[in-house]
Design a protein around this ligand. Structure first.
Ligand SMILES: [Zn+2]
Ligand SMILES: [Zn+2]
Ligand SMILES: [Zn+2]
Length: 261
């Protein structure tokens, strides 16, 4: 049986926010400490598929004892989802192989721009070995296979941007969205477990590119998964106190949450 571990359930700043006096940022509850949003899928073969390379990647692999990364699939190119890219390099050293990555044309373009020294190294480059990946492009909505697992890309709206969620088997992962088109809802329906974006409580302000907790609850009920976990959260959410406010079947994700798939 595959297992998914949430490596990060926090928004782009992470939680706590350095210097913030709020209750969440000063909480002793480990569930209120949130790395930037990412997850890892552990296969029976021992292989590991990473979803996004968050800026906390080096810390996350140490925190969760990840010994290998065999493939990476990207949701989109925002900084909080790609800036750990360099931390793939030690895994190249160990495996002596390029890591296959799966991404859209748009993500490839931005990743190459951020990391031009890797993707277009100058002829005079004198440093150590560069991160080695092998790009595999997909279009939003495509299905493709990674290490024997069938992934279906799910087209999500993240403000004016189109990003990818993923469905594999009875599970769907949909971070960074503020709207899910009807045809994508149909593709998600029937999953047992859903991970869904929920930035903060609506009282703390609506957002142009992320669901609020209230909006995520509504969408989750429409999809009707047996269990929904909310992710990409700010310090608006204090885990234990706020968990009591969620309807049955919906919980806040937390770093280290393990889900059997
Ligand atoms: Zn705070
Ligand atoms: Zn984003
Ligand atoms: Zn994000």
């Amino acid at each position: 049986m595959m297992k998914l571990t949430v490596l990060g359930s926090g928004t782009s700043t992470g939680v706590p926010l350095p210097g913030c006096p709020c209750e969440t940022c000063n909480s002793d509850d480990p569930k209120d400490i949130r790395n930037r949003t990412s997850a890892a899928i552990f296969l029976d073969s021992g292989e590991t598929i990473l979803i996004d390379t968050a800026p906390d990647l080096r810390h996350q692999v140490r925190q969760f004892g990840i010994k290998r990364i065999d493939s990476v699939v990207f949701t989109h190119y925002h900084a909080d989802h790609i800036l750990g890219f360099e931390d793939l390099r030690p895994f190249n050293f160990i495996s002596k192989k390029a890591i296959p990555i799966y991404l859209t044309k748009e993500t490839e373009k931005e990743l190459s721009r951020f990391y031009s020294y890797i993707f277009e190294p100058s002829s005079s480059y004198e440093g150590g070995l560069l991160t080695k990946v092998e790009n595999n492009l997909f279009n939003l909505g495509d299905s493709f296979e990674i290490l024997g697992v069938e992934f279906q890309s799910l087209k999500l709206k993240h403000g004016s941007m189109d990003v990818s969620g993923f469905r594999f088997g009875d599970f769907a992962y949909c971070t960074d969205c503020n709207f899910i088109p009807e045809e994508t809802i149909d593709k998600i329906k029937g999953v047992k477990i859903l991970i869904l974006d929920a930035l903060r409580w609506a009282k703390d302000g609506s957002h142009k590119t992320h669901f609020s907790v209230e909006q995520a609850i509504e969408v989750s009920q429409k999809i009707g998964a047996e269990k929904t976990y909310l992710t990409h959260m700010t310090h608006s959410i204090l885990h234990e106190r706020d968990s009591k406010l969620l309807p049955k079947g919906i919980s806040f994700a937390y770093d280290g949450l393990e889900i059997s798939l």
